[in-house]
Design a protein. Structure first.
Length: 326
């Protein structure tokens, strides 16, 4: 499974930070965040909201573009190791310069430098999706959307929203999604992880996204499942994350296989892998052993993922060709 070529569309850059990397940075900078680690050196937290605050504490070590260059390099080395040929990562102006455009450009240049180096070396090809943090509110999302609109290009290709799903309604963020759409960015939004089908419908109506981060709770409404299959809206599914955070008790309860059977497009991702003690290879192994997914199923899921990827036509074609060769 490790060598099978993979496409990963749902990964938070800071959430992919290896704990040893964050511990090393904290030591370099004399920042005491020892309380976020357990005795084995992994991240430690009680529940989803505590996870968000541990995540934000880990981010305090990422103080400048240089740290993000090193982070991106470390994350891409791991992605390449996991067989990921193409990936997209969420990037938040809130963690990269606090919404200041000049600072944001410097962070993006550093991150893109690491991404370009990975691509040149034959490793994972990476694109960036700019995501304001929902629980910081719609006003804070405006400078983030401005940063996204000003840096749209061959690296920044998408716009989304992450953070606590119960903070506000999708319509509160329609303005920033309209801005991003007008700037030429493709759109996704976290929805249907902690809230149910109504929230997914509101998100699709008000934010007009082509993909949903998670979206798994659509499973509770058969009519919505049918609509998703018809519209081709892709669900960025992160099974290990969902089980770890208790959206589902165990993988056998997870609806990913039902979605595939009903014709809903899905992709497979890790979300925040070290936080959820997972890797892309582990996700694939678990899907194979739980639902009997074989290489052909994974190949189809990955081709679908590339069809929904936020990239140029040449990259899409090259990646699909690579997937079909294996
Ligand atoms: Zn996520």
């Amino acid at each position: 499974m490790k060598n099978l070529p993979k496409v990963e569309l749902h990964l938070h850059l800071e959430g992919a930070a290896p704990p040893a990397f964050i511990r090393g940075l904290a030591k370099e900078k004399n920042i005491d965040i020892s309380e976020i680690f357990d005795e084995n050196g992994g991240y430690k937290y009680r529940d989803f909201n505590h996870f968000l605050s541990v995540y934000e504490a880990a981010c305090t070590t990422l103080t400048g573009p240089e740290e993000f260059y090193r982070l991106t390099k470390a994350v891409l080395e791991e992605s390449t190791e996991q067989g990921v040929i193409y990936g997209e990562t969420f990037l938040s102006p809130d963690f990269c310069g606090g919404g200041d455009l000049t600072a944001w450009r410097e962070y993006m240049a550093a991150i893109k430098e690491a991404a370009d180096a990975s691509a040149t070396a034959g490793g994972t090809i990476l694109r960036g999706i700019v995501t304001p943090i929902r629980h910081f509110g719609p006003e804070a999302a405006k400078p983030a959307a401005m940063c996204a609109a000003e840096t749209v290009g061959d690296f920044i290709t998408g716009f989304g929203i992450a953070g606590a799903e119960d903070a506000g309604e999708p319509r509160d963020f329609a303005y920033v999604f309209d801005m991003a759409r007008e700037a030429g960015l493709e759109l996704t939004a976290h929805a249907g992880e902690w809230r149910g089908p109504d929230h997914i419908r509101d998100t699709l109506r008000d934010l007009k996204v082509s993909r949903l981060g998670h979206g798994v709770r659509a499973a509770e409404d058969p009519a919505l499942v049918e609509e998703l299959a018809e519209s081709g809206v892709m669900l960025e599914v992160c099974p290990g994350s969902n089980v770890f955070l208790g959206v589902y008790e165990k993988l056998t309860d997870h609806p990913i296989n039902m979605f595939v059977e009903k014709g809903v497009k899905v992709s497979v991702s890790t979300d925040d892998p070290p936080f959820f003690h997972t890797t892309m290879t582990r996700e694939y192994e678990d899907l194979a052993s739980t639902f009997g997914w074989d290489e052909e199923r994974f190949q189809n899921v990955n081709i679908d993922s590339m069809q929904a990827a936020f990239c140029d036509a040449a990259t899409r074609e090259a990646m699909i060709k690579k997937l079909k060769e294996t």
